[in-house]
Design a protein around this ligand. Sequence first.
Ligand code: CA
Length: 232
Amino acid sequence: MDTKKILIIEDESSIADIIKFNLEKEGFETDSAANGQLGLDKALSSNPDLILLDVMLPELDGFQVCKKIRESSSVPIIMLTAKEEEVDKVLGLELGADDYITKPFSIRELVARIRANIRRTDSNDRNSELSANSRRFGNLSIDMNRYEVSKNGQALDLTLREFELLKYLAERENRVFTREQLLEEVWGYEYYGDIRTVDVTVRRLREKLEDDSSDPQYILTKRGIGYYFRRP
Ligand code: CA
C-alpha cells in the first residue's frame, strides 16, 4: 500500500506532536496546521488522504473548517472532540464529517479509526470502476456497485456511510442487527465507537428514503434489539 498522508489540524502543539510522532511511527506521512484557516488552506492545496480536525481552533473553528472542506472535497474527516456538547453537535449537524473521536483517546484507537476510514475510501474508489449491479426493493433501486440509490426513479443523495448501512441491511433482508453489530460491520471498528452514530445514521437515512420517516417502511426498528431492512 502506498504511504497515506494525514493532515492534523490541531492548535495544541503538545497533542499535535504526539499524534504526528505516533502516526509516523505507524508508517503514515503527516502534515499539520495550528489554526483553522491554515488547516483549510492545506486541506484544499495538499491533497491529504485523511484529515484529523480539532473542534476548538483559533480563527476558524473545526465546524466551519469541515463545512468549507466539504464544499469541494470528499476527503475522510475525523473530528477531534473534547466535550460531550461537541459530540452532540458533530452528530446533529450536517457537517459532512465521517467520524469523530473524543479526547482523551488512545493512539491505538486513533490509528484504528484512521485505517478504517481510509479503507472505506479505497474500496469505494475500486467500486466505482465496477459495472452496474442494481437491485430493486419495492420503489427503491439500489446499485450495489455504483453506490447509487433511487426511489421512484429519482436519485437520492446519500452519504457514503448512509449508503453502506443501507446496502448492508438490504443485502440481508429481514435479519435483525444490533447497533454494536452494525458499528462493527458497517463502520469497521473493532471495539470502539459510539452506538449513537448508528441511530443518527438510521434517522438520516429514513428522512431520505421514507415517505414518512416516523412510519418507516424500509428500515425498521426491532424494539430493544436493533434494526432490519424489509421489502415493503
Ligand atoms: Ca483545540
